[in-house]
Write a protein that binds this ligand. Structure first.
Ligand SMILES: [Fe+2]
Length: 274
């Protein structure tokens, strides 16, 4: 650091670490704070098995001042035989995070400088399916086109996803609606429906969020929104707010590009001590 330069701490973001893949687990070594006060947002899809998710978060918690996690669809994956599934699996992860000191969507919101960091878990409700189709028709079309998400095999049999999504929306609105001042919102699934179209296959958008979070960034005074899920790293400004897709993704997706982009993604910087 240059003499006299202000010391800042950084709010970093990642998503879709998928550390059950060996090459991705190796990438964890690159996630290091620049300053002991740095925070890390982890926007879901750490892994499938709770043990792997918590082991990864424990490693990151040892390095960063604060780690904040929101679940992705892969954290909810289950075969259903002799292991927790659905809501129980999520609740077990929240308990594990509390033991590690990792913040979750079930904890009081923490402040990074003057910004309240809001981890969300809003799932999806198939409302982003192609216009004019029922859920059943859209699922059938996706199966026929072979673009069905694995969620239908590993989440849907164990929980009413739509009902859970709507509960989560109500829970989230109640909590974030009470926050005063600026926020950073984090969710695995994009909050703006238009971002879910980036995969380029209309049927796939129905697993990528819900129409009910449209406009949340403005409504809840977000300085930035962090998300993942698409495995298409990007930064899109909508109504003046940057929406940052912070994914690592699978090796074939990141191997040629990771050194050419900034990852982890810096979201905010504030003076250390703020
Ligand atoms: Fe992912």
């Amino acid at each position: 650091m240059q003499k006299g330069a202000a010391v800042v701490k950084t709010l970093w973001a990642v998503s879709d670490l998928h550390t059950s893949v060996a090459a991705n687990a190796d990438m964890l070594d690159t996630l290091q704070p620049r300053n002991p006060g740095d925070w890390l947002l982890v926007a879901g899809d750490v892994a499938e098995k709770n043990q792997t998710v918590l082991r990864t978060l424990a490693t990151l918690r040892q390095r960063f001042h604060t780690v904040v996690w929101s679940p992705g669809n892969h954290e909810l994956f289950s075969q259903g035989s002799g292991e927790p599934h659905g809501r129980e699996k999520y609740e077990e992860l929240v308990r594990g995070c509390r033991e590690l000191g990792v913040l979750t969507p079930e904890d009081p919101f923490a402040r990074f400088g003057d910004v309240t960091v809001v981890p969300l878990f809003t799932l999806y409700d198939y409302s982003l399916r192609p216009k004019g189709t029922t859920v059943e028709q859209a699922l059938h079309a996706a199966k026929r086109k072979e673009v069905m998400f694995s969620d239908e095999l590993f989440i849907a049999p164990f929980v009413d996803i739509r009902g859970w999504c709507w509960e989560r929306l109500s829970y989230s609105v109640n909590r974030v609606g009470r926050v005063e001042g600026p926020t950073v919102l984090m969710n695995h699934w994009p909050l703006e429906p238009q971002l879910a179209q980036a995969l380029g296959v209309p049927e796939m958008a129905m697993w990528c969020g819900t129409k009910h979070t449209k406009g949340w960034a403005e409504r809840y005074n977000a300085r930035a929104v962090v998300y993942g899920h698409l495995h298409l790293p990007s930064r899109t400004t909508i109504a003046g707010v940057p929406h940052i897709e912070a994914s690592l993704g699978y090796p074939k997706q990141w191997r040629d590009s990771i050194t050419k982009r900034q990852w982890p993604v810096p979201v905010l910087e504030v003076p250390d001590g703020a």
